[in-house]
Design a binder for this molecule. Structure first.
Ligand SMILES: [Zn+2]
Length: 234
């Protein structure tokens, strides 16, 4: 392989590495955001579970007040009934007491139902709390690991950039560097590629002419793929 092509190939390795590191570094903040989104969703699930529980508690309080009021009324009527001398009034008061007691029965049944609901919602609340704690720990850990990874990649990137600068400084042909750079950008990082024994260019996978193949083999001059222009080595 020609020395200048060897140098370009090595430069390309650095450029590919830099490209990969930059792509990874771009992804890390997105991964951190995704982790935070999970936390936000668990936080709002817990808030919802708490508010459902509270709403039920308010219902229970209201029922208890209703029951208390009706019990007072029933007691008052029972006293009136006890004090009355009139048969007709006695019966009428008795009927009213029975009506209140039926209502109290219904309200107490409803209260029991609400208390069962309270148990279920308390359970849901503690499940949501546990899930949030678990997610929070996992997310904290994920974010810390991603931070560490980002720092590592940044170090690797700056080392790769330094190596690349050294390699570039060794290549004295500016025109060749321009050609390489243009090809690297156009060919998606595949500027300097092998031409296979089947005469196929590894950048575009099209067969080159026998003359181009022979030139790449001999190294008398820099050989370019007839189709995509990539710099070829044997
Ligand atoms: Zn090609």
């Amino acid at each position: 392989m020609r020395d200048d092509v060897k140098q370009l190939l090595s430069l390309q390795e650095s450029d590919q590495l830099i490209g990969n590191l930059e792509a990874e570094l771009l992804k890390i903040p997105q991964l951190q955001e995704a982790a935070k989104d999970q936390l936000a969703s668990d936080t709002s699930a817990l808030a919802q579970a708490k508010s459902d529980f509270q709403a039920n508690e308010v219902e229970i309080k209201k029922l208890e007040l209703d029951i208390g009021t009706r019990k007072n009324s029933a007691d008052r009527l029972k006293n009136q009934q006890f004090e009355t001398k009139k048969n007709e009034e006695y019966t009428k008061l008795g009927e009213e007491v029975t009506r209140y007691e039926q209502q109290i029965d219904e309200l107490e049944t409803r209260e029991l139902e609400l208390m069962e609901i309270a148990d279920e919602r308390r359970e849901k609340m503690s499940e949501a709390e546990a899930a949030l704690t678990k997610t929070k720990d996992a997310v904290d850990q994920d974010i810390a690991e991603l931070e560490t990874r980002a720092n590592q990649k940044k170090e690797e990137l700056s080392a790769a950039q330094k190596t690349r600068a050294d390699k570039l400084a060794d290549i004295l042909d500016d025109e060749l560097i321009d050609t390489y750079t243009r090809l690297f950008n156009k060919r998606n990082g595949q500027a300097v590629v092998q031409v296979t024994d089947q005469k196929s260019c590894k950048s575009c996978h099209v067969q080159v002419t026998p003359a181009t193949y022979a030139l790449a083999q001999s190294g008398a001059a820099i050989a370019h793929c007839d189709n995509c222009g990539a710099i070829l080595f044997p």
